[in-house]
Design a protein around this ligand. Structure first.
Ligand code: FAD
Ligand code: SF4
Length: 577
């Protein structure tokens, strides 16, 4: 018998497909055949792919979303248990290299419908206006081809669609408020607020986080049991699996779970014609499509483009600039842990519920460009054990005794901006995976600016922990959140896609995920990825059939489509902006 974790989406057979305790999909899913030429084949149904799929389906396009992982039935497949959640992550072999190598597995991509949003903590801050122009203002990195004002209406839309809970006045970047009220504080949030307040640092309590602080339609509110990173079985935390995919299916999209796309095919006239993929039984199949969108995230997107090299595109698809795989970024993500006399019980709240962006912008006095955020994290016992092993060298009896002390510890995460660097890149290794696809090899190094920023930010985060009243403070160096490796830009010689995700080289090939981000700021990237996807969808929909013809496009600012939101987006929450 198949393990349930590898199960496929089953059309309702008397029983709906459950997406949370009270949320279900009970519409049969449309099925296309191999003989059908669909309008769009989307590779990856995560943050970017999920939002795009839903909008294209609503606009009436024939669209298939392929995902290498399962279509989760949350009641059947998910458990409130750290070990049992392992299957949510992209655990396939990757080779990691460089002087400051990245760790993979639980610390980056998801695998399955919903992608990384299934196990994200769901902190949803926006980028700051300055993030779009760091080369002009700070002389580092690169400017985006768009400005904050281009994305702002899409940030507001996504904050309603997920929706996002947070304070009525959020003071950093472009100050704004959130549609749902903030969450009550858990022990870690209390500590962050106490530490920041004692040092005179401004702090946001209760969000921004894409977790329901009140019930909405068929989704219940948060019950504060802290399993967000293990997939929220309750359905209170937003993921595209529960916010956008049901609406996509209701509007005629097909999802093909457990289907790994191995190649995109380029045909005559420098155009793509469809994708080759391995079906759940491991058979190689081909799906025709008028256009292909890659949305596999910062490692799998360049891997697929590079592996699709062919005589017309010998260096991989869309790679005339040699930028595919380059400018990969991660944020510095050191975890600082503090021991308190009183009980903290850090599992009793979403890990994401308070933060400060007081250090986000460049301050010349600090001696480095750009900045960082400090956020709550709430590692559950297994992660905590790993962190204590690294941070304190705890082992044997020492590890047992610190684990018995778990309820007295609080965790803060430092989130620092690492700059784009051409040599931080994804390449294809000689080694192949079980399907015969070359494995991704990732090389990562820090520059001087990165090192100075990490040193300063780590120490500041430790200062806040001490100021909160901790008796002991330790830290573990790590990274968080990948972005980049197929960046957007106006110049086809230095970027892979334009501002809407259209590849410069191939008119009907698009990218819609975190890999298009040219820089990353020190905001968690998910909301930005979704906002970019909604903007790209408006562009594709406005161009209509022109997309499928040789490049004849002129739209610079597509009309914004507020009518494409999933049901229940409007008229809920408390708009206070
Ligand atoms: C522990 C953790 C906590 C996080 N917390 C936050 C947070 O609080 N806030 C935040 O903003 N971000 C957070 N993130 C990051 C966030 O999850 C990602 O930035 C985001 O999901 C990336 O979106 P994406 O669309 O680029 O890719 P993903 O959401 O990763 O989706 C990619 C999808 O493509 C599929 N895929 C890839 N290759 C193929 C292929 N060849 N064929 C078929 N399918 C394929 C994958 O299975 C996956 O489902 C967190 C990440 C981790 C690991
Ligand atoms: S704390 Fe809230 S959002 Fe997180 S898993 Fe529990 S119910 Fe879901």
């Amino acid at each position: 018998m198949k393990s349930p974790l590898l199960g496929e989406f089953k059309a309702p057979q008397g029983k709906p497909h459950m997406l949370g305790a009270i949320q279900s999909i009970d519409t049969p899913m449309r099925r296309f055949t191999e003989a059908d030429e669909v309008d769009y084949a989307i590779v990856g149904v995560g943050a970017g792919g999920g939002v795009l799929l839903q909008r294209l389906a609503r606009a009436g396009f024939r669209v298939i979303g392929f995902d290498a992982g399962p279509f989760w039935d949350t009641e059947r497949d998910w458990v409130s248990d750290e070990k049992g959640s392992h299957q949510l992550y992209w655990n396939d072999l990757r080779i990691t290299a460089g002087k400051h190598p990245l760790a993979f597995g639980a610390n980056n991509s998801g695998k399955g419908v919903g992608g990384g949003t299934v196990h994200w903590a769901s902190f949803t801050p926006r980028l700051h206006p300055s993030d779009f122009r760091i080369h002009s203002t700070d002389g580092v990195g690169v400017d985006w081809p768009i400005r904050y004002s281009d994305l702002k209406p899409y940030y507001e839309l996504m904050e309603l669609e997920l929706p996002v809970a947070g304070p009525s006045y959020y003071p950093w970047g472009d100050p704004h408020g959130y549609p749902y009220g903030p969450h009550p504080m858990g022990g870690v949030g209390d500590a962050l607020i106490r530490g920041c307040t004692n040092l005179g640092i401004g702090v946001s309590a209760g969000g921004p986080v894409a977790i329901l602080s009140g019930s909405r339609a068929d989704r219940p509110h948060c019950i504060y049991r802290g399993f967000c990173i293990q997939g929220c079985k309750v359905g209170a935390k937003a993921s595209t699996l529960i916010t956008h995919v049901p609406d996509a299916i209701g509007n005629g999209a097909e999802i093909r779970p457990n289907c790994m796309v191995s190649r995109i095919h380029a045909g005559p006239g420098r155009r793509v014609t469809g994708v080759t993929y391995f079906d759940p039984e491991g058979r190689e199949r081909f799906q025709k499509a008028k256009a292909v969108v890659v949305a596999g995230y910062s490692i799998e997107t360049p891997r697929l483009l590079l592996n699709s090299a062919c005589p017309d595109f010998e260096n991989g698809l869309a790679n005339s600039s040699d930028c595919v795989g380059r400018y990969l970024m991660a944020q510095a993500g050191n975890v600082v842990l503090g021991r308190f006399e009183e009980l903290v019980r850090m599992y009793k709240a979403p890990p994401a519920h308070a933060l400060t962006e007081e250090f986000y912008e460049t301050d010349p006095k600090r001696g480095f460009a750009r900045g960082f955020a400090i956020q709550t994290v709430g590692p559950l016992p297994m992660s905590f054990a790993k962190q204590m092993t690294t941070a304190k060298g705890a082992w044997g009896w020492g590890l047992r005794s610190v684990m018995m002390d778990y309820n007295h510890w609080a965790g803060f995460g430092f989130l620092g901006e690492i700059l784009p660097n051409a040599d931080n890149r994804v390449q294809l290794a000689e080694e192949k995976d079980r399907l015969g696809i070359p494995i991704a090899k990732i090389t990562f190094n820090l520059c001087d600016n990165d090192k100075k920023l990490i040193e300063f930010g780590k120490n500041k985060t430790m200062d806040v922990m001490w100021a909160a009243g901790a008796q002991e403070v330790v830290q573990e160096a790590r990274y968080a959140h990948l972005v980049g490796a197929a960046r957007m830009g106006d110049n086809p010689e230095t970027s892979v896609v334009d501002q809407f995700g259209c590849t410069h080289d191939i008119a009907n090939l698009f990218i819609c995920d975190g890999s298009v981000m040219p820089t990353q700021g020190s905001a968690n990237p998910g909301l930005t990825i979704m906002a970019l996807a909604a903007r790209a969808a408006d562009y594709l929909i406005a161009e209509g059939e022109e997309i499928f013809k040789p490049r004849t496009r002129n739209i610079q600012k597509p009309p914004m489509r507020r009518d494409l939101s999933p049901p229940d987006t409007w008229g809920h929450g408390m708009p206070r902006i």
